[in-house]
Design a protein around this ligand. Structure first.
Ligand code: SAM
Ligand code: SF4
Ligand code: SF4
Length: 339
């Protein structure tokens, strides 16, 4: 198949693919899978609804034909998917992929870290919202200690992974952790990225007044540390990066609320049951699993994906910011589509 460049309605190319490998999670983060909603009787996807590794690989190859260069595996918690390291090994062999990453809450890294590394994974985004134990236990909804994740971050670094830590900031909930987290990861030399609390899904009770925006976080950090902005690495880089002037350690900001980056959004997402979404805030996906399982050829699937991307107009964050608040939409949940 010939390599194509496909552009959407806002002239954005398709470059990144986020693949969710499960909708299940061992955490119940209050801002993502509140336990009042994701309780014991919550109906997760049945196993046979999930894309198999072979189906994921088949689809990924087609996405690469359409311009994808970067893959990120996510979830739910991707390390809950049985033998996910085997999928990494299969994806690593696909020619044309420059980069494979995985986003995890870090709990199972001790168990699977070395297998993932051997399979070819090199980049990990590890989520951690506080180093204070009480705050972290409350936020993850499962009483897991921050020490567990901190130890696993050290372990991942010792295995050889390039690690970034992601912290979702909520005003009045964990903003008192911004400076301790900054100090801790500055000393470790591990990049720390602050994520503005987003109105993904319909269950996390999002309100603009709970969002601490980048400008205020920068002000808070600058009152103690000397930091300076760094230039963008590449078109569409999601994080706005800064560095500590003394050590060079990096911090970054994912500013979906205060400075939306839709104009350079080159990301497609596949849910674990094989639906293609062109925006984190979408409410409808295109069923690729049905295409594969009904025996459509790679060429037919490629044409279908191409059409979906060419029709893409999404820029939810820009519209929310213009609207100065959440837009009323029946959005998919973050744990279903992945971050
Ligand atoms: N379970 C893995 C983890 O937590 O890293 C991967 C999936 S999780 C949905 C991916 C990322 O989305 C995490 O960094 C998480 O903190 C972030 N996230 C989830 N809900 C969010 C929200 N409402 N606002 C901002 N970030 C959110
Ligand atoms: Fe699970 Fe990640 Fe969502 Fe937390 S943010 S509930 S770890 S999927
Ligand atoms: Fe991309 Fe949608 Fe997020 Fe905008 S709101 S950056 S289009 S995923």
């Amino acid at each position: 198949m010939k390599k194509d460049q496909v552009l959407d309605q806002r002239h954005r190319p398709l470059r990144d693919l986020r693949i969710s490998v499960t909708d299940r999670c061992n955490f119940r983060c209050t801002y993502c899978m509140p336990k009042e909603i994701f309780g014991d009787d919550y109906q997760f996807l049945p196993k046979d609804h999930l894309l198999t590794f072979e189906e994921i690989v088949e689809l990924t190859k087609i996405f690469v034909e359409l311009g994808v260069k970067k893959i990120k595996l996510t979830g739910g918690e991707p390390l809950l998917r049985k033998d996910v390291y085997k999928l990494i090994a299969m994806l690593s062999k696909i020619e044309g992929i420059h980069d494979i990453g995985l986003t995890t809450n870090g709990v199972y890294l001790k168990k699977y870290g070395s297998k993932l590394y051997e399979a070819g994974l090199r980049r990990l985004n590890i989520s951690l919202d506080a180093i204070d134990d009480d705050t972290f236990r409350r936020l993850n909804g499962r009483d897991v200690s921050a020490k567990t994740v901190l130890a696993n971050i050290d372990y991942a670094v010792s295995v050889g992974f390039s690690v970034k830590v992601n912290m979702v900031v909520q005003k009045g909930v964990n903003d008192h952790q911004i400076l301790p987290m900054t100090e801790y990861f500055k000393n470790k030399g591990i990049p720390l990225r602050f994520i503005e609390f987003m109105d993904v899904g319909n269950t996390n009770g999002w309100n603009m007044k709970d969002v601490l925006i980048k400008k205020d976080i920068v002000k808070m950090i600058s009152s103690v540390y000397s930091i300076e902005p760094i230039d963008e690495n590449y078109f569409g880089e999601v994080a706005k990066r800064y560095r500590h002037q003394d050590t060079g350690s990096e911090i970054g900001f994912i500013t979906s609320v205060s400075e939306p980056f839709c104009s350079s959004c080159t990301r497609a997402r596949i849910s674990s049951d094989g639906k293609l979404y062109t925006c984190l805030y979408a409410h409808e996906g295109f069923d690729l699993r049905d295409f594969i399982r009904s025996g459509k050829s790679p060429e037919e699937i490629k044409m279908a994906i191409e059409r979906v991307w060419q029709n893409r107009k999404d820029q939810y964050s820009v519209e929310r910011t213009e609207n100065k608040g959440m837009l009323n939409k029946n959005k998919i949940e973050m744990s279903y589509i992945g971050g």
